[in-house]
Ligand binder design. Structure first.
Ligand SMILES: *Cc1c(COP(=O)(O)O)cnc(C)c1O
Length: 405
């Protein structure tokens, strides 16, 4: 491990993104934070932007809305440009990922009413599957849950054989939340589009960690989370991508005044806006939206391509270090090919819960995913290569003290 530590120190010295670490609020209370994929760290500027918004509230009261009302659109445009490669006017920030999934899935299914099936995979995030079950039940569709490989993700051939002219919607995660397996965004989108079906991507684990250009895809819908790699803060609202080609054609099911063509005419009949604004519902959560702005500053400056390049090195090092642990009890449960995974690495251990408890006590914060998985999400904006070595050294010590069963 000491050889690896000097290799890690060398990687840190040569790291072009190293300067971004000081943009985040970090003390030495914990040896290594390995959970940037669940809740990104706090940008140092977050406190200032919240204080500024509080001041507008106290000074201007309701007049503050003159500016706040555009936040879902303005931040959406920033995500479009700096994170997912969409065009202006195609992304909004509102509600939770779960709610946005529901709106997008209902709108998609209603756009192809004669089709009867919704397809997803069993490695999709639980909330995604619950939402799809609900949509299927409410619209009288059949939900088909394909079996994905626990490590490598959903097989493209299986998907291809499953999509046909009965398929209304295919809803998948770009990066699998457990194993980190990366889907073929372009290949899958094309396959689904060619079958005349709607495609809905969940970008929660790839937004801000894997580069993409959604405007080059056939028209698909997407949603994603902002409190993971985008560092928006706990409960920060999610984003929805609705390309221009689909705008005006889809209708989402939560008819609120923020989605109305003439919100402040206060009419009693609902007339949806033409643009992506139609997917807004009610008043935006202003204090969370301003912290998202702080999170996006660093992402935009670093660039997702550079973040991805560093995260591949971080996770390669993590896998090498875990391989170096002499313990039969630990196995890598993520794709070993860096091009086949997102930015986190998952380790299998029969007593994962005890291992995670031991790690947290030893100053390392990973994620526990029952029953036997431990997730390490070294976020490239602020995680150092030596942090990875710290984490794995402590993993080895904890695992040795626990044993296999
Ligand atoms: C984190 C995550 C969510 C979170 O949903 P919320 O409604 O914002 O709590 C949803 N889907 C996926 C794939 C996620 O990774």
């Amino acid at each position: 491990m000491s050889l690896m530590r000097s290799e890690a120190e060398e990687l840190d010295r040569a790291d072009p993104l190293a300067r971004f670490r000081e943009r985040f609020s970090i003390d030495d209370r914990y040896a290594a934070y390995m959970d940037g994929n669940s809740l990104g760290r706090q940008p140092r500027s977050a406190g200032d932007v919240v204080a500024a918004a509080l001041e507008v509230w106290s000074d201007s009261m309701i007049l503050g809305w003159r500016d706040w009302i555009r936040l879902p659109i303005r931040l959406g445009d920033r995500i479009a440009q700096d994170v997912i490669g969409a065009r202006e006017g195609e992304v909004i920030v509102s509600d939770s990922t779960t709610v946005n999934l529901f709106k997008a899935a209902m709108a998609a299914v209603d756009a192809v009413p004669d089709r009867t099936r919704i397809i997803t995979s069993d490695d999709n995030f639980p909330t995604d599957i619950y939402v799809l079950e609900s949509v299927a039940q409410q619209r009288g569709k059949e939900l088909v849950i394909l079996a994905a490989d626990e490590v490598e993700g959903l097989d493209l051939g299986l998907l291809e054989r499953s999509v046909d002219d009965r398929t209304a919607l295919v809803a998948l995660s770009h990066v699998a939340y457990k194993s980190g397996a990366l889907s073929d965004l372009a290949g899958v989108s094309q396959l689904v589009h060619d079958a005349g079906s709607m495609m809905l991507w969940d970008l929660s684990h790839s937004a801000g960690s894997v580069p993409m250009t959604v405007r080059e895809l056939p028209p698909v819908l997407a949603v994603g989370c902002t409190y993971k790699y985008l560092n928006g803060g706990p409960g920060c609202p999610a984003f929805t991508y609705l390309p221009h080609e689909l705008q005006g054609q889809l209708r989402q099911p939560i008819w609120g005044w923020f989605g109305h063509r003439d919100q402040f005419q206060m009419r009693t009949d609902y007339d949806p806006a033409d643009g992506v604004e139609q997917f807004l519902t009610g008043a935006p959560t202003v204090l969370s939206l301003v912290t998202l702005g702080a999170g996006l500053d660093a992402i935009a400056e670093a660039g997702v391509a550079a973040l991805y390049a560093k995260s591949q090195r971080l996770t390669d090092l993590l896998i090498d270090a875990v391989d170096g642990i002499r313990s039969e009890a630990i196995q890598i449960a993520s794709p070993r090919d860096a091009h086949a995974r997102g930015a986190h690495v998952t380790v299998r251990h029969a007593r994962a819960k005890d291992v995670v408890r031991g790690l947290v006590a030893a100053g390392v914060i990973p994620d526990y995913r029952p029953p036997n998985l431990i997730r390490f999400g070294p976020a490239p904006l602020y995680t150092r290569f030596v942090d990875v070595i710290e984490a794995v050294e402590r993993l080895e010590a904890v695992a040795n003290s626990i044993g296999a069963d």
